[in-house]
Design a protein around this ligand. Structure first.
Ligand SMILES: Nc1ncnc2c1ncn2[C@@H]1O[C@H](COP(=O)(O)OP(=O)(O)OP(=O)(O)O)[C@@H](O)[C@H]1O
Ligand SMILES: C=C(C)CCOP(=O)(O)O
Length: 272
C-alpha cells in the first residue's frame, strides 16, 4: 500500500505573489519527509506538489486552462509548462538535499486530457521507480487536450488517476495545505471552526462552506478538492484522506501514522 502526499501550492509558494517559492517551508517539509522515511521505511510514497504562484499565474495569463477558446499560443503553453517545472526543480532539489531519492516525472510528457480531465496517462515509469526504491515526484501541469486543445491538470487529478487507474493503490492521501477544512473559508470568516472529520453525515454541509482559493488559481480551490477526494474515498475501500497544515512536525507525524490534534480526516467507512 502506498501513501500519496500533495504539498499544496498555497504552502510552498505565496499565492498572492508571482513565482514566490517559500524555500524555508519547502526545506522543512523535505526534512520531515526524510525523518518519516527513516522511522517507517516500509511506507512507500508518491509525492505530488501544486503549482501555486508559478503555474497558476502563468496559466491565468495565457488562458491554458481554457484551451482553444482562449486562443492559447504555443508560447503561452510553453511558458506555463516552464513555470510549473521551475517550481518542480526547486522542490526536487530540496528533497535531494534532505537525502531523499527524489526523481521528477513530468506528467505532460505522457498524459492526454479530454475536456480538462485525464483521458490517459502512461504511469509505468512511476510504478517502476517505486519498485526501484525511488521517491517519484509529480506536479500539477499543463496538458494536451483532445477536445479543448490545452488544459491544466491539478495534482489532485493526477493522484486520483493513480489511485483509480494504475497499479499503485493508496491507503492514505495526505494533503498539506490549509491547516484543516473549516465551516467556512477561514481566511474570510474569523468565526469559521475546524471540521475534524468529513463523512457521509456532514458532507453536504461541509461542501456548502467550502469555496475557492485566496490566490490566483485555475483548478478550483477547496471545494473542487473536497469533491474529488470524496469521490476517491467512496471508490477506494479503506482509503483515508488527511488534510494538514505545514506546522513543523505535522508531516512527519502524519506520514508515520501518529495521531494529530489538528487537521481534517475524510473517510467514507468507519475506522477498523
Ligand atoms: N471551508 C474551507 N476550509 C478551508 N479552506 C478553505 C475553505 N473554503 C475555501 N478555502 C480556501 O481554500 C484554499 C486552499 O485551496 P488551494 O487550491 O489554494 O490550495 P493548494 O492545493 O495548496 O493550492 P495549489 O492548487 O496551488 O496547489 C485557501 O485559500 C483557503 O482559504
Ligand atoms: C497551474 C498548473 C500548471 C498546475 C496546477 O496544479 P495544482 O496546483 O495542483 O492545482
Amino acid at each position: 500500500m502506498y501513501t500519496f502526499i500533495k504539498l499544496g501550492g498555497s504552502v510552498i509558494t505565496d499565492k498572492r505573489g508571482e513565482e514566490a517559492a517559500d524555500l524555508p517551508v519547502i526545506r522543512q517539509l523535505a526534512a520531515e519527509l526524510a525523518v518519516a522515511r527513516q522511522r517507517r521505511p516500509e511506507v512507500r510514497v508518491i509525492l505530488g506538489h501544486g503549482s501555486g504562484s508559478f503555474g497558476h499565474v502563468a496559466a491565468t495569463r495565457y488562458g491554458v486552462h481554457r484551451g482553444r477558446a482562449a486562443g492559447v499560443e504555443p508560447f503561452g503553453l510553453a511558458m506555463t509548462a516552464g513555470a510549473a517545472l521551475r517550481l518542480n526543480r526547486i522542490v526536487v532539489e530540496a528533497l535531494l538535499d534532505a537525502g531523499l531519492p527524489a526523481m521528477a516525472f513530468q506528467p505532460s510528457a505522457t498524459l492526454w486530457a479530454e475536456g480538462g480531465q485525464i483521458a490517459s496517462w502512461a504511469t509505468d515509469h512511476i510504478e517502476h521507480a517505486l519498485e526501484e526504491g525511488l521517491l517519484p515526484v509529480i506536479h500539477g501541469d499543463v496538458a494536451f487536450d483532445h477536445q479543448q486543445g490545452t488544459a491544466i491538470i491539478s495534482t489532485e487529478l493526477l493522484l486520483a488517476h493513480l489511485a483509480l487507474s494504475s497499479n499503485v493503490v493508496p491507503n492514505r492521501i495526505i494533503l498539506v495545505g490549509e491547516d484543516a477544512v473549516y465551516t467556512a473559508d477561514p481566511r474570510r470568516d474569523p468565526e469559521a471552526t475546524r471540521i475534524p472529520v468529513i463523512s457521509a453525515d456532514n458532507l453536504a454541509t461541509v461542501l456548502h462552506g467550502a469555496s475557492g482559493s485566496h490566490g490566483v488559481d485555475v483548478t478550483g480551490g477547496m471545494r473542487s478538492k473536497l469533491e474529488l477526494m470524496w469521490r476517491l474515498v467512496t471508490t477506494c475501500p479503506g482509503l483515508e484522506v488527511q488534510l494538514i497544515g505545514p506546522t513543523p512536525g505535522n508531516l512527519a507525524a502524519a506520514v508515520s501514522g501518529s495521531p494529530l490534534e489538528s487537521g481534517t480526516i475524510i473517510r467514507a467507512y468507519a475506522p477498523r
